[in-house]
Ligand binder design. Structure first.
Ligand code: GLU
Length: 280
């Protein structure tokens, strides 16, 4: 296996908003194998930023399911809900550098912004309605959401370990994206978007390689821009093919029949589950 060698640090980053299913297992198994082959570490990050959908029982379930499947990771687990100050500090740096601006649009999908966009959940290219003149440095308004100003037309390139050379054009493949979400109700705090929390934590955990599903390839281009703006070290990426059912639909949490738990209750062994996504 072609794995970056020295000091490999990988991570598993599940969201405790449902049960782990076969699609997660396939990606996490590859992450585990790559960390092992490099003689490195695999860390666990609990992406529990969505207060409405994250549930402690799903954290317990994911720990049990990972252990059952035979995936070892190095404690302690990092929970994003405990790291809001770090995200706010990074956000303040973006604000001071003039790379983000307040936005009053997009009320509808705001609640989802702490979650990674998977396939058709991705943010549409932003119209630019709230975009201020270049050079404007905005102040913090606790009731506003903020977008990152992407360099329109620049090509963002990276060599993906799984899919080869990648190139994305901001303004075409994705627009100014949300980095901070305003409070969803009275007496509630604002929150970082998935994109911001992810780059802050990948740097904090000294991750050298991110292994995750191919539906996040476009998010990788966004995250490279954020790393650059925050002066964070670059990371290498290895995206994994998405598992699909017979009708071509991505195997997602909503496919309860493919939750690891269900497969286990049906009597499948960990090795039988792994054989569904690892060639013999
Ligand atoms: N919590 C995200 C997810 O459920 C992780 C994305 C990532 O690995 O960056 O997909």
């Amino acid at each position: 296996m072609d794995v970056p060698a020295a000091h490999y640090i990988g991570r598993l980053a599940p969201s405790p908003t449902g049960l782990l299913h076969l699609g997660h297992a396939a990606t996490f198994w590859i992450a585990y194998q790559r960390a092992r082959a490099a003689g490195g570490k695999l860390l666990l990050r609990n992406e529990d930023l969505d207060p409405q959908r994250s549930q402690p029982q799903f954290v317990d379930a994911m720990l049990q399911d990972l252990a059952w499947l035979g995936i070892e990771w190095q404690p302690p687990m990092l929970s994003q809900s405990a790291r809001l100050d770090a995200y706010r500090e990074a956000f303040d740096r973006l604000l001071a550098s003039g790379t983000v601006y307040p936005c009053t649009c997009s009320r509808r999908k705001l609640a989802q912004m702490t979650q990674a966009p998977h396939e058709d959940d991705d943010e549409p290219v932003y119209s630019g309605r709230c975009l201020p003149a270049r050079g404007t440095v905005s102040s913090f308004d606790s009731n506003a959401s903020y977008r990152f100003r992407v360099p329109d037309g620049e090509s963002i390139q990276f060599a993906d370990g799984g899919f080869g050379p990648q190139s994305y054009i901001p303004g075409r493949d994705f627009g100014d994206f949300l980095v901070w979400r305003r409070p969803l109700g009275p007496r509630q705090p604002g929150a970082p978007s998935y994109q911001l929390a992810c780059v802050v934590d990948d740097a904090f955990m000294s991750i050298t390689e991110v292994v995750r599903g191919a539906d996040l390839l476009r998010s990788t281009a966004r995250q490279i821009l954020l790393q650059r703006a925050l002066g964070l070290p670059p990371v290498t990426y290895f995206h994994t093919p998405l598992l699909r059912d017979a009708t071509g639909v991505r195997l997602a949490k909503r496919h309860d029949a493919l939750a690891l738990r269900t497969l286990r209750q049906r009597g499948l062994s960990p090795a039988e589950v792994r054989s569904r996504f690892t060639p013999e």
